[in-house]
Structure formats: C-alpha cells, structure tokens
Design a protein around this ligand. Structure first.
Ligand code: PXP
Length: 239
C-alpha cells in the first residue's frame, strides 16, 4: 500500500492571515500522525508566507514519522536543511508571485545546480527527491544526477477540465512512474490530489507515497483533521 504524507502548509497560511500563533502547524502535524499519516510535509518558502523557520525546527523535534522538507534549490535553503536534517528534502521550483508550486523542476535547464544540491544534501545524510513533471526525459535526468526519489507532478491530471485531457495527463503519470520505478528511484506523487482523483491511482503499484495538502486541510475545516486524514488513508488502502 502506498503511504501518505500530509502537507500542513495551509494550517500556517491560516495562522499567518492573522500573524498570531494559532492554528499551529506543529499541533496539526501531531494530529495527522495520530490519524495514521506516514509523514508530514512542509514547504519553507523563501518569502516565508506560511511555514516559518520556527515551525521546521519544532517539527524536527516533535515528528515521530517522517519530516519532508520542500524547498527551492538555493544555498540558503541547503544550509537550513543541513542544519535541520529532515528525513527527505523535495526540491521544487519556486516563484514569488505563484499561489502554489506551478510545475516540476525543469532538469534540462537546472541540471547542474540541482545536481550540486543533491550531492551537498546527500553528503549531509539527507535523501533527496525532485519534483518533476510526468515526462520521461525529466525522470532520466533525475536518475542521472543520482536523486533518491522523484515526486511526479499530478496537478495537470487533477486540474484537467475534460476526460480526454485527464486521461492523456494520467497516461504520462503512469509511464513516468513505471520508468522511475524501473530505474530504482523511489516514486512519490503529488499536487492537486483529492478524494476523487486519488481513485485513478488504483493498480498503479509503482507509487510509493502520495503527498497531499490542500484537499485534506480543506475537508478538515468541515469534518476535522483526524477524520479528513483517515478518509484519505481509507481511499489509499483501496488502491
Ligand atoms: N507536492 C509538492 C511538491 C507541492 O509543492 C505541493 C503543494 O505544496 C504538494 C505536493 C501538495 O499539493 P496540494 O496542496 O495541492 O495537495
């Protein structure tokens, strides 16, 4: 069964809307772990719009499962990761004006910088995942620079507005996951996944872990975080 890592950035988004100390993503992390999640994801953005340095430090002390740190490929972020030592770093592209991460890292453009970051992080004992679009060339490049893992971007599939576009996008995910698995990369998948779109992953056994944030936190507003996480785990169990 694939595992589930829950992204708690949006709990911090709500806190930062008031610039006070509630709700606390550290409390949310403990709750998602108690509900059965296999890991907690946070994206420490350069503009610190949601997760703060204090959150990452406390999460490192309190998380009992896995702390996955999403970050840009910059020397400042690499220094923070080497100090905090998350269980996995996921390298993502980052633009200040975006609402959320808009696509995978383009390794054909940034191969050297990403390769240097992968080496520096691995030397510090941190395995590295690279968030890439479902594209066979990107998977091959991730393998060539010795990444431990790829996270396949599922956003285009999840946001498709016609069944045809959805099935075309899903085919690319399937082919990319199969290639990555064959190349012995660990295969994660995420972005935009929800309680309906997750069902498409039935029988795609190459996926090791789903990384899901928005849909779980959105549902938690109405049913509570514990139930929202448990409902997603139940759907993943059925895959
Ligand atoms: N994976 C990556 C690399 C992301 O940047 C995000 C968004 O922070 C997610 C997964 C989770 O996406 P969503 O919040 O749409 O579930």
């Amino acid at each position: 069964m694939p595992s589930l890592a829950v992204n708690v950035d949006h709990v911090a988004t709500l806190r930062e809307a008031r610039k006070i100390n509630i709700p606390d993503p550290v409390t949310a992390a403990a709750m998602v772990e108690l509900a059965g999640a296999d890991g907690v994801v946070v994206h420490l953005r350069e503009d610190r719009r949601h997760i703060q340095d204090r959150d990452v430090r406390l999460l490192r002390e309190t998380i009992k499962t896995k702390l996955i740190l999403e970050m840009a490929t910059t020397s400042a972020m690499i220094a923070i990761a080497l100090e905090i030592k998350p269980d996995l770093v996921t390298l993502v592209p980052e633009k200040r004006e975006e609402l959320t991460t808009e696509g995978g890292l383009d390794l054909s453009l940034h191969k050297d910088a990403v390769s240097d970051a992968v080496q520096a992080l691995q030397k510090g004992g941190i395995p590295v995942s690279i968030f890439v679009d479902p594209d066979l060339d990107q998977i091959k490049l991730a393998h060539r620079i010795d990444a431990n893992c790829v996270e396949i971007h599922t956003g285009t599939f999840c946001d498709a507005d016609t069944p045809k576009k959805g099935s075309e996008a899903f085919k690319k995910i399937v082919n990319s996951a199969k290639l990555a698995h064959k190349l012995k990369l660990r295969v994660n998948a995420g972005h935009g996944l929800g309680y309906q779109t997750i069902k498409a992953f039935k029988k795609l056994s190459e996926i090791d872990e789903f990384s899901i944030g928005h849909s779980i936190i959105a549902r938690a507003v109405f049913v509570g975080l514990d139930q929202a996480v448990r409902e997603m785990i139940a759907l993943i169990k059925e895959l």
